[in-house]
Design a binder for this molecule. Structure first.
Ligand SMILES: C[S@@+](CC[C@H](N)C(=O)[O-])C[C@H]1O[C@@H](n2cnc3c(N)ncnc32)[C@H](O)[C@@H]1O
Length: 226
């Protein structure tokens, strides 16, 4: 495993030392999260467009974190930090209630085999956690190339009265000016549509902290030794 020495890469211990994301960034601009940043091309496009916001890009794979960190450094952006962290662990242990302005999930692992579908990131349990972490009017973006995942995500989101749908159908293939990630580009170039969901949390909700199922991949919470 390559040791990531980039200053934009933040090990969990450094976050704990700093005490908060605002302390790490040196300001308290609205905080957004990308789950599964891959090589970091999406977050660099997004954060360049939004210097008024701060972004946390996470991935469970070291190589992705390394590539994302170099991309962020090359782009000279100071509003992104990269962490090797499992999404639910980070949200539960380090983010918490009404901490996020937006969550972005692009082409998450589709787990195509029926018996593996329970491993998918987006399910009702994740939505409960996302709603808890989002600020009132905070937004959830979800994009996948995988038909069954896109349809299920759209149905779950559209069926949850705590969200407004920002489109007229549970999912759409219209991406507007949404930045295109590496995986999205690959599928679009093959002529496959992207299933896109864009929802906003309704204001005025008082949500209790959701219980976290100690499920698949939570063990990725810890930094591995160099
Ligand atoms: C198929 S890739 C997509 C990468 C990128 N989002 C894109 O669209 O090009 C999925 C990424 O999500 C990461 N990932 C999967 N489950 C995760 C989780 N629970 N928390 C954080 N990252 C996760 C994987 O390591 C992988 O890099």
């Amino acid at each position: 495993m390559t040791l990531i020495t980039s200053p934009v890469f933040v090990p969990e211990a450094r976050l704990q030392q700093a005490g908060s994301f605002a302390a790490l960034f040196g300001n308290d601009r609205p905080l957004c999260l990308e789950v599964g940043c891959g090589i970091g091309d999406f977050i660099v496009q997004l954060a360049s467009r939004h210097p008024e916001r701060n972004f946390i890009a996470i991935d469970i794979f070291n190589q992705g974190c390394r590539q994302t960190s170099s991309r962020v450094e090359d782009a000279g952006l100071t509003n992104i930090i990269v962490m090797r962290m499992e999404a639910r662990f980070l949200m539960h242990h380090h983010l918490g209630a009404e901490s996020l302005q937006a969550i972005y999930i692009n082409c998450p692992d589709p787990w195509p085999k029926k018996r593996h579908r329970k491993r998918r990131l987006l399910n009702q349990e994740f939505l409960n956690l996302a709603l808890y972490c989002l600020k009132p009017d905070g937004e959830l973006h979800f994009a996948t190339d995988f038909v069954d995942y896109g349809e299920t995500a759209g149905e779950l989101l559209a069926g949850d009265a705590r969200f407004y749908n920002l489109h007229s159908t549970p999912h759409t293939h219209e991406l507007g000016d949404y930045p295109i990630s590496k995986y999205m580009r690959r599928f679009l170039d093959q002529g496959q549509p992207i299933y896109f969901c864009h929802y906003r949390k309704k204001p005025g909700l008082k949500l209790a902290p959701p219980k976290l199922h100690k499920g698949f991949r939570l063990r990725w919470s810890q930094e591995e030794p160099a």
